[in-house]
Design a protein around this ligand. Structure first.
Ligand code: PMP
Ligand code: GLN
Length: 383
């Protein structure tokens, strides 16, 4: 007899990132799909990890994270955003932002609650809402501006709405939402007494002199926002999976209740190394920003004569490109690109539930070495 999986996971598809990376390996393709750098983060952080390994930092960390890392998180949040998080009672270290999102949604959503997702959405929000027994309700950010539509947001709110998931800078569109757009989300949360899950993993990846505003720093948002970030993007070490959730004490207690039985504690030497990274953040960031701005600009320039029309990202390491009408939809196009032209990209229609706009775009990742970007650009010059 075949044992069926639980009903609450029936609608959850395999991750598109894993699927496209598998196809990239199978077809020896240049991988501009899944978001990760194809180069290492700084060697001084690797040394810090090695140092932690050698100095017996190898047993369980405290359940909510090492004191050093929580203090480093509190310090950078204060310095960059003026936010005061209590390192003991309001910061929880998790296995990447992925676990922070999972534990927060499991901790704060009841069956039947509705969760607002702006689509295109990062795929784990949708799956997490379903696993929590909640109902995701999508509000479309229409291409090519991907602006937050106040009327559409308000129309999506019902008596059952409990949470808005807000991701800024935004994957996959590359938007850095304006102060006005953030105020629209904040006003909606205040009016309907909603929680906000604010995913800020790309907080330091902003371009053209733009700077990130943390959602919790908006008026009235500190006590209703769970701020989530991780060090994977900032230090170019996505495999280390060090993330954190910051929230007022009662929300943090709930998140820790799930966290303690999801992972309990997170990789100890990696926490020490990432604490070291965050302590040096101020000196590290200028070169980091220049590096990624150069990569974005290289991809933009490389696509100037392509039939793919890029939508300039203001942040993240992703770029949406629009497809001409005669090349099939995004899935057909992404499949052809990986099998026939050996370049992997992400078909974004999987990030939508209401709109079909995703079928007319592809997502490219530019967190890649110059030679990878050049090879990818050459393979994207198709007709
Ligand atoms: N949120 C967004 C918007 C992401 O793009 C990612 C992808 N890495 C994550 C969360 C997950 O972050 P982590 O790797 O720290 O789990
Ligand atoms: N965040 C990465 C992306 O958007 C993927 C992370 C993952 O594979 N889960 O491509």
């Amino acid at each position: 007899m075949i044992h069926k999986p639980a009903r609450r996971i029936e609608a959850i598809e395999p991750s598109i990132f894993a699927t496209m990376s598998r196809l990239a390996i199978e077809h020896a393709a240049v991988n501009l799909g899944q978001g990760f750098p194809d180069f290492d983060g700084p060697s001084w952080i690797v040394e810090a990890f090695a140092g932690a390994l050698r100095s017996e930092k190898n047993q369980y960390a405290p359940m909510h994270g090492t004191a050093r890392l929580r203090k480093a998180v509190a310090a950078y949040q204060q310095k960059f955003y003026g936010l005061e998080w209590n390192a003991e009672t309001e910061i929880t270290v998790t296995a990447g932002a992925t676990e922070a999102l999972f534990s927060s949604m499991l901790a704060l959503l009841d069956e039947g609650d509705e969760v607002i997702l702006f689509e295109p959405f990062y795929d784990s929000y949708y799956a997490n809402a379903l696993i929590a027994g909640a109902t995701p309700v999508c509000v479309t950010l229409h291409a090519p501006s991907f602006r937050i539509d106040e009327a559409a947001l308000n129309a999506a709110i019902t008596g059952r709405t409990r949470m808005i998931v807000f991701n800024n800078p935004h994957n996959p569109t590359g938007r850095v939402f304006s102060q006005d757009e953030m105020n629209v989300v904040a006003a909606c949360a205040r009016r309907h007494n909603l929680l906000v899950l604010s995913d800020e993993v790309y907080e330091f990846l902003t371009f053209d002199g733009k700077h990130h505003t943390s959602f919790a720093s908006l008026p009235g948002m500190r006590t209703r926002t769970v701020s989530i970030s991780s060090t994977g993007k900032t230090f170019g070490m996505t495999g280390w999976k060090i993330g954190f959730a910051m929230a007022t004490g009662n929300l943090t207690n709930a998140i820790r209740t799930v966290h303690q039985f999801a992972t309990f504690a997170v990789n100890t030497p990696a926490q020490h190394a990432m604490a070291h990274g965050l302590e040096k953040l101020h000196d590290y960031l200028p070169d980091f920003r220049i590096l990624y701005q150069q990569k974005r600009d290289m991809l933009l320039r490389g696509l100037e004569d392509s039939i793919l029309k890029p939508i300039t990202p203001e942040g993240t390491y992703f770029m949406m490109v629009q497809l001409p009408s005669d090349v099939g939809d995004d899935v057909q196009c992404a499949t052809r690109l990986v099998t026939e032209r050996q370049v992997a990209v992400i078909p974004p229609s999987v990030f939508y539930r209401r709109s079909t706009e995703g079928q007319r775009m592809l997502r490219l990742c530019f967190a890649k070495k110059e030679e990878t970007l050049l090879a990818g650009i050459a393979r994207l010059q198709f007709h």
